[in-house]
Structure formats: structure tokens, C-alpha cells
Design a protein around this ligand. Structure first.
Ligand code: KIV
Length: 258
């Protein structure tokens, strides 16, 4: 049987790759038929817990959310973010990656960074942990506004080299976050592995968004987010109907009672 990672690799230059975040079972189950990759991202720190940065997200928090998401995922490739300070050296990274893989039954992990963590990523891959890379804006390293990356020649050269290096050491795909569009195009064209863009233009092989942003559950003004639905309104409509029926003694009826 063709592995889930192979399926993702085979999409390069054929069909765009759909990647979405999910932090729990019901959301994962809802998006599983329409996603290729489901990412349990450490963005859950800001989206669910209002943390100022993803640095506050712990390993246990990621594992709990990933275990819940796992229950809803049948078809998509499931990737879990390794949180801040859980991969500062090779030994620690492998120990924590193995814990994540074993406890959550995910298909791989994502780590943020290029050359500075190349030995760590290489060590994980040598030990059979599938790794997704992440270049451009690295939320674990930098706080603040989403600014385009790779505009100046020095940044551009470094990111190109980082991308090629990540491919050479064996990552199966790279997230490009807020990468300037001519650079994301160049990286995507040069690499044999797929790039997954977020704020990095249509040139990438796939796109990822935070689910809560695209369904309108999480209010955000980030430039790259497009709101594709308004689930908050739907929730409020249902709750208003419930409230009305309860106040008017129309719910529960006999059939809803024991
Ligand atoms: O944490 C996250 O959700 C991510 C994606 C936005 C790429 O890293």
C-alpha cells in the first residue's frame, strides 16, 4: 500500500495540497475528507488559549490536543508541531519526537528553522521520524507582526540554501510562512518535495490555514487569511433558537424526556 507521505510527494506538480489545522476530534473529523494533511499546530496557543506567543505551548498540551484530533482523522496525514524548547538538542528532540509519535499516533512532526537545527532534524529522520520543515516567519522565534520574509538578497539566499538543505537531509515537505512570492516560486520550482504556503502566494504546491480563521471562529486581521465561512454566526443562530425554545417551554418535549 502506498504510504500517506508518498501520496503527498506524488501530488507535486499534479495537484495542489490541502493542509489545515485541527486541535480536537470533532473539527478533525469534519475536515478529514477534504484535507491531505491535518496539522495539530502550536498556533493553538494563540487561537485557543490567548497566549502572546507559541512559546508558552507545552509538550503535554500538544499531546492532549493531538490525541483528541487523532480520533477524528482517518485519511489525512497527521502532523504535530514540536513545541518551543522541546528540540534544543539531538537527544532531547528524539526523545520528545518519539513521545509525540507514540502517544498521539501521528504520522510525523514539524520543526521550525533551517541550518541552525539541521543536525537535529537529520537525527530525527535517521531515526525514522518523518519531518516537515518550516521556513519564513518562525513564530517560535519571533513575536509580533506578520512581515514578509525573503525580500532582501541576504535573506533570500539564506532561505534558498535552507530549503535545499532541508530537502537534502530528508524532510518530506516544507511550510513557507509569509515568504515573498518570487522567492516562494523559486523555492517551489527548485525543490522536488512539496512546499506548503501560508501567506506565501499561489506558487506553493499546497496551502495551509488555521481552520478557526477560515471558518470565522477566530477573529483575525492577518493579511493572508480569507474567511470562507462564518461558523460563529451559525453557532449563535442555533443557540438563539435553543434559548427561545427553552424560554417558551417548547424544548424539551415529551420525546426528548425520559
Ligand atoms: O502552528 C501552526 O498552526 C502552523 C501553521 C499555521 C503552519 O505552524
Amino acid at each position: 500500500m502506498i504510504s500517506k507521505i508518498k501520496k503527498i510527494l506524488n501530488k507535486k506538480n499534479k495537484s495542489k495540497i490541502i493542509c489545515l489545522t485541527a486541535y480536537s476530534k470533532n473539527f478533525a473529523e469534519a475536515i478529514d475528507p477534504y484535507s491531505d494533511i491535518i496539522l495539530v499546530g502550536d498556533s493553538l496557543g494563540s487561537v485557543l488559549y490567548n497566549y502572546n506567543s507559541t512559546r508558552e505551548v507545552t509538550l503535554n498540551k500538544m499531546i492532549d490536543h493531538a490525541k483528541s484530533a487523532r480520533l477524528g482523522i482517518k485519511n489525512s496525514l497527521m502532523i504535530v508541531d514540536m513545541p518551543y524548547r522541546t528540540y534544543t538538542n539531538k537527544r532531547m528532540a528524539l526523545k520528545n519526537a518519539k513521545i509525540i509519535m507514540k502517544k498521539t499516533k501521528c504520522d510525523g512532526v514539524k520543526l521550525e528553522g533551517g541550518l541552525s537545527i539541521s543536525r537535529i532534524i537529520e537525527h530525527l529522520i535517521k531515526n525514522k521520524i518523518p519531518v516537515m520543515g518550516h521556513l519564513g516567519i518562525l513564530p517560535q522565534k519571533e513575536k509580533g507582526k506578520f512581515k514578509s520574509k525573503g525580500k532582501n538578497p541576504r535573506q533570500k539566499k539564506k532561505m534558498l540554501n535552507d530549503a535545499k538543505m532541508l530537502q537534502n537531509i530528508g524532510v518530506f515537505s516544507i511550510v513557507l510562512e509569509c515568504v515573498e512570492k518570487t522567492l516562494s516560486k523559486e523555492i517551489t520550482n527548485i525543490l522536488k518535495i512539496p512546499t506548503i504556503g501560508i501567506g506565501s502566494s499561489y506558487h506553493c504546491d499546497g496551502q495551509v490555514l488555521v481552520l478557526d480563521d477560515l471558518i470565522g471562529l477566530n477573529e483575525t486581521k492577518i493579511k493572508f487569511v480569507k474567511k470562507f465561512g462564518d461558523i460563529k454566526k451559525d453557532i449563535q443562530l442555533a443557540v438563539k433558537r435553543f434559548r427561545k425554545d427553552v424560554l417558551n417551554k417548547k424544548y424539551p418535549r415529551k420525546k426528548h424526556s425520559y
